[in-house]
Write a protein of this length. Structure first.
Length: 542
């Protein structure tokens, strides 16, 4: 226990200071009233039931914060409903953060939830830096004792803590980096907030080889490959420079684009090289879903499905293709949006209108339910363990049969993609060959780059590009979104139905000259309405 703690309660605001006088213990349970006494505990004392009262919330909060600031994790933990877990976490906090002069001030409760502010001085290796942050706790009634207790969660210690993570002062982390775009312009979190998880990973992977020196920092750290997150810098290190393939202008456009919709992601790639030009997310959790997400891509999958059918000679861009209102395969019935049909139209017309049944009717002719997965892997590089330079997931088209295989043809069922994967698919369609996406040049670490066994057949590639061009023009589902995009352009829309959602996810993939992009917006409906404008604004910036 730390000695010399002073407790002060002024005007209903509670403060605890670690300082120069002894601690005067208080009995936080004296005088508690409220609740209902309906049962008796095992010890024979009355056990309260019902909601916690304002008096119980106040007294429990004061007792917990007092013990925590005093430096007594065992005592503080007894005020929680998980004393074993809480004691370990509180003890680790006090030793690993190197805090001193700690104060805790409770704010005004809202029901059983109490905001509070922690202020302290972090001292390490000759450095002393003030540290202040806000969190909150909730008081609940203990299930066994009936007594009011702090509902223990990691966020009580710090609002950014997740389960399995701890706070720690370290001087041995990866040196900071100065990330640069392809032209040498600095990329900062302040200017490009979406890059926060990317820059964290770049620092983790390349900080030690970029010529920098580590500083002293208070960080949140977890198990495995998760990157440390800096909360407080005690001493600045010297950053090393890491050049990326990003384009500051395109990145800025991507950042602005995703602001239009919550839970949206967008990625832009240069088809001729695979270089990633932009990645942006608008998510409350800050997760890089653009690179790590796993979702059904809807009809953007038809880019690959069309490539398969073209290579097998089952369709031709200018050949007539059936597009009835519904189609059934192995007992599973599929339909088009609003049950539309096309009589006597070409396959290009079916592609541009995103006719589901035109694709479903041809799966039997492919004579191999797993053919789409092979096309995805051998031509488009899906599932080949991409080494982009930061953590990413490279998509999945698992082998299926029957109706589930048919669902894959239109991007439903077990197909899983993210914006990076779909942008790469559009880039492969434009270039005719797969170039594994990268965000840092391979020369930085000589990592292995995934390569496909073959390129897309030349005739199939030309027809596929023409079909995407038709989709981006008058009459196609991507025409409205792509109206302001110049150059050689093509597109494919997608709407992915997801269980538990009333509205489908909006997908859009497109290219314009030597830039391809894809976006997804959660529960936003048709691909051309939400994701389409995001992609278009990024392409115009390129």
């Amino acid at each position: 226990m730390r000695s010399g703690t002073k407790v002060a309660i002024v005007g209903g605001v509670f403060a605890v200071a670690v300082g120069g006088v002894g601690y005067g213990a208080i009995n936080v349970w004296n005088g508690l009233t409220g609740g209902q006494t309906t049962t008796t505990s095992a010890s024979g004392t009355p056990r309260r039931t019902g909601p916690v009262t304002a008096e119980e919330v106040d007294a429990t909060t004061k007792g917990f914060l007092a013990a925590w600031a005093e430096g007594d994790p065992a005592k503080a933990a007894q005020f929680t409903n998980a004393p074993t877990s809480a004691q370990g976490a509180l003890a680790g906090y006090l030793t690993e953060t190197h805090v001193g002069g700690m104060k805790a001030k409770a704010g005004t409760a809202t029901g059983a939830t109490v905001p509070f502010t922690v202020s302290a001085v972090v001292s390490y290796d000759g450095e002393r830096v003030p540290w202040t942050y806000s969190s909150e706790l909730t008081v609940v009634r203990g299930l066994t004792t009936g007594q009011p207790r702090v509902d223990w969660k990691s966020t009580v210690l710090h609002p950014q803590l997740k389960d399995g993570e701890v706070l720690k002062v370290t001087a041995s982390g990866a040196p900071a980096i100065k990330a640069l775009d392809r032209a040498g312009k600095e990329l900062t979190v302040e200017r490009y907030p979406s890059l926060a998880p990317v820059l964290d990973e770049l620092r983790k992977r390349y900080g030690g080889q970029a010529g920098g020196t580590a500083g002293v920092e208070l960080v949140i750290t977890g198990e495995g490959d998760a990157s440390d997150r800096t909360l407080l810098t005690l001493r600045e290190g010297r950053p090393g420079e890491v050049r990326t393939t990003l384009d500051a202008g395109v990145q800025a456009a991507a950042e602005q684009a995703v602001k239009r919709y919550a839970e949206s992601s967008v990625v832009a790639i240069k088809p001729s090289t695979g270089e990633i030009r932009a990645v942006a997310n608008n998510r409350e959790d800050g997760w890089n879903a653009a690179f790590l997400g796993k979702q059904a891509p809807g009809s953007t999958m038809k880019i690959m499905t069309a490539a398969l059918l073209l290579e097998k000679g089952l369709v031709g861009a200018d050949r007539v293709a059936e597009c009835p209102p519904t189609a059934t395969y192995y007992g599973r019935t599929f339909k088009n949006l609003d049950d539309f049909s096309i009589n006597g139209g070409t396959f290009t017309r079916s592609f541009a209108r995103s006719c589901n049944t035109a694709f479903i009717k041809l799966i039997d002719d492919a004579k191999d339910d797993a053919a789409l997965g092979k096309e995805a892997r051998d031509v488009f590089g899906i599932g080949l363990n991409w080494q982009t330079g930061v953590p990413s997931w490279d998509g999945s088209v698992p082998a299926e049969t029957g109706g589930e295989a048919a669902a894959q043809y239109i991007g439903q069922g077990t197909v899983q993609m993210n914006a990076l994967n779909v942008a790469s698919i559009a880039a492969t369609a434009k270039a005719g060959t797969f170039k594994q996406p990268i965000i840092v040049p391979r020369g930085l670490d000589d990592r292995e780059i995934a390569r496909t066994p073959r390129s897309l057949d030349g005739s199939a590639a030309r027809q596929l590009r023409d079909m995407m061009r038709a989709t981006a023009r008058s009459g196609g589902t991507g025409a409205a979104a792509m109206a302001g995009v110049g150059g050689d352009k093509g597109a494919k829309t997608g709407s992915a139905e997801v269980g538990g959602q009333d509205t489908s996810n909006s997908w859009f993939a497109a290219f314009a000259d030597d830039l391809a992009a894809a976006a997804v917006v959660q529960a936003a409906g048709h691909g051309g309405d939400a994701a389409g404008p995001l992609v278009a604004s990024v392409l115009k910036a390129g």
